[in-house]
Design a protein around this ligand. Sequence first.
Ligand code: GUN
Length: 290
Amino acid sequence: MVRILDGKELASQIKDELANEVRAITSSGRRAPHLAAVLVGNDGASMTYVANKEKSSHEVGFTSSVYRLAESTTEAQLIETIHFLNADPEVDGFIVQLPLPGHINEKHIINAISPEKDVDGFTPINTGRMVLGEPCFLPATPMGIRTLLQRNGIATAGQHCVVVGRSNIVGTPAANLLSRKGVDCTVTLCHSRTQHLAELTRQADILVVAIGQPEFVKADMVKEGAVVVDVGIHRIPDASRKNGYRLVGDVCHAEVDPKCSWVTPVPGGVGPLTIVSLLQNTLQAYKQRQ
Ligand code: GUN
């Protein structure tokens, strides 16, 4: 029988734990942790993510602010905003929502973020620290995947984890994090140029899919009894729905779920844990600044 890795329920539990900790801080007269977000332009998905981050921040008692900048914002203007947030003593951590408009160089932007406030764990300093196993801010989605596995008691040591997708924000850091001491998976990282992909994914005890293609993973790519973590989320037009669309992941759940021991649903799997990881990092940033 397949069991559901319920990210919504686990996120709610961890948010309660965070809220208790924040209450203890504020009741002793100290200010609450403060998470800021920078949103450039009007991308629909990005606006939803930032609104969710704001809502979750308030749920745990954080101060939250959002800097909404026009699509036409220049790289120099955005860097000026980042310098302002780097210097603001009231802000513990902030994120710049990606993707950015095409005329802005993402690398220049990420490099401008102070590593001490980089709660997304995207700067080269935090990436380097992670790879070296040093204390750092872990990137939110890989950290959320680790939390989902660990808090559901899923054994990882020595397990073969196959990661599909090598993006800077999910696949590459997830492969690194899951192979680190304490998690101890044996990791294979697959990507668009991988040969015999299905042969590899069929060897996975734990399959992490972050390829960005709707329902890419089919039943014949999954081993019986595997743990499947679906990082994708896509809006597919669906005339039978009131809102005109449905959400699907990178995994074809109708086919794959019956083969799994554990599977993350979409939505309500990895997504809620990504946000919770960001909150955990912000609390850590706050404590480090005190
Ligand atoms: N875009 C998609 N995922 C993320 C994320 O985790 N952080 C930021 N800043 N942008 C994203």
